[in-house]
Design a protein around this ligand. Sequence first.
Ligand code: FAD
Length: 323
Amino acid sequence: MGKKVFVLAELREGVLRNVSFEAIAAGKQLADGGEIIALLMGESVQSYTQELIAYGADRVITIESDQLKHYTSDGYSQCLLTAIEKEQPDVLIMGHTALGKDLSPKIANRLNVGLISDITAIENIDNQWTFIRPIYSGKAFERKKMVGDFIFVTIRPNNIEAIEKDDTRTGAVAAIDVEVKDLAMTIKEVIRKASEGVDLAEAKVVVAGGRGVKSADGFKPLQELADVLGGAVGASRGACDADYCDYSLQIGQTGKVVTPDLYIACGISGAIQHLAGMSNSKVIVAINKDPEANIFQVADYGIVGDLFEVVPLLTEEFRKIKA
Ligand code: FAD
């Protein structure tokens, strides 16, 4: 019998995050012909519902409140639990994003169910759903199964492919009224330090700079390459510690974990703590003037050379291809 799947959609700066569409695709696998219900919360969210349907949601439930303008675990959990109580889904999926990492353990605890976090793939083995997740900073993978009947997973962005968008798809949209109350905290304003542009966690291409970039200005050629490729700029902690860029760009064990299609590491030595955040990228290109640099151990393509010569050449060539 088909399952009822709940997918938590996420908005970031007025745009639906791709991981919402990837979660719908994961839900399709688990639904077994059942219904995919996307849940969307915020201050005013009606204009985003059709996009969720176009990406495969059969139904969208909206919860609107001025208390939901900014994410708080209290506010979102009150709404999500109310919707779960009302709809009784069999499966719950959210992105393994900052929001999902904060919210999912709280929801699992309240529902008294298990949670398999940060999954990168789903397999059906002997008629049982099996979830694959990286462990030991991406050096190994484990397969996990839920013990109970309820399935609750968070999915790592950029790993499960979204279904092709079909604007002709139709689906029902309904609102649930929730009185959001007794919030332990309210957020007045969010001040983003990161630059505008492509979201680093979801970028298909990441151009990352390390201490070899040598200064804040040294990041400019990297930004140009990222712009040509429609990607985002990231950094090693070495570059952040040296004040060449903001810590919001840091990739690694104590920074962001990214899995883009293409990761270009420029002037990064490849310390184990950096590899923890990027070694599962699909294709890794390393540019380093030291042929012995550890980054070449994980790179699919290595360029031994000065990044200030190599990066502008790459940008020029990609520009020609794109023209
Ligand atoms: P370096 O190791 O100094 O490497 C610079 C590289 O640039 C060298 O390989 C050099 O050959 C090359 N280079 C120099 N000039 C050029 C040029 N002109 N052209 C090409 N190449 C050039 N690090 C992270 O990145 N992320 C983390 O999340 C993280 N978490 C940590 C957590 C802990 C608890 C600890 C102890 C450390 C952590 N680190 C982390 C730090 C990590 O150990 C390294 O110190 C850091 O990654 C080094 O940064 P880097 O590669 O930019 O600098």
